[in-house]
Design a protein around this ligand. Sequence first.
Ligand SMILES: Cc1cc2nc3c(=O)[nH]c(=O)nc-3n(C[C@H](O)[C@H](O)[C@H](O)COP(=O)(O)O)c2cc1C
Length: 232
Amino acid sequence: MAINNQEMQSKILEAFNFRHATKVFDPAKKIADDEFNTILEAARLSPSSFGFEPWQILVVQTPEKRELFRDFAWGANGAFNGTAGQLGTASHFLIFLAHTDVNQTHNSEYQQKFMKEVKQLPDDVIGFINQAFQKFQEHDFKIEGQRQITDWAGKQAYIAAGNVMSVAALMGIDSCPIEGFEMDKTSAVLEQHFGIDPKVYQPAVMVALGYRADEPPFEKTRRTMDQVVSWF
Ligand SMILES: Cc1cc2nc3c(=O)[nH]c(=O)nc-3n(C[C@H](O)[C@H](O)[C@H](O)COP(=O)(O)O)c2cc1C
């Protein structure tokens, strides 16, 4: 169905106003498979610096697996409102992992394989990108070592997470981004129960998805456009 630009704009703004950080979902309402696939496609097709896709996405659907995070995922366990929280009520629960320096240091094995097999680039182009990325890491942005490279990868993962939430909202699906968890304990659970090597992948952000149990308790507040944007 053709949709004109004005209709499109109003639908986009409607979706962005509809989206709020949902604290409790209706546990009886599940996201349909095709809609959830669209949400995952939005993540998969997201942009990333140099196109290296330095993220992995875990879809945690088994209740027992979600419960493993409850004690220390204070932003998702309902501790603030006496509910089962996003962990206990979301239709779908995502954990975005950031690649560490093991995968994302210039000239890494991951990047060589990625450029060859995913990007299907010829060797000379791969050589050029290796050099450019090394300069970017060492000189331009000065991103060095495990923490900084993982944080850089995490920034890319947040773009994918943002797209997930926006696309969900466009389909009338609620979401909540979650940074309220203890990093070390999350990493340990991921290693022990999900087989995730913490040297290679670190948790970046979680996103719960589903349908709100209640309307948001507050009006959305934001700074004005003038306070946020400067034109030159
Ligand atoms: C990276 C990130 C982490 C967040 N972590 C949590 C969280 O752990 N738990 C939670 O309930 N909300 C969390 N939020 C939601 C924010 O508090 C919320 O987006 C903000 O207050 C604005 O409200 P709105 O999203 O409803 O418009 C997080 C938001 C972002 C972007």
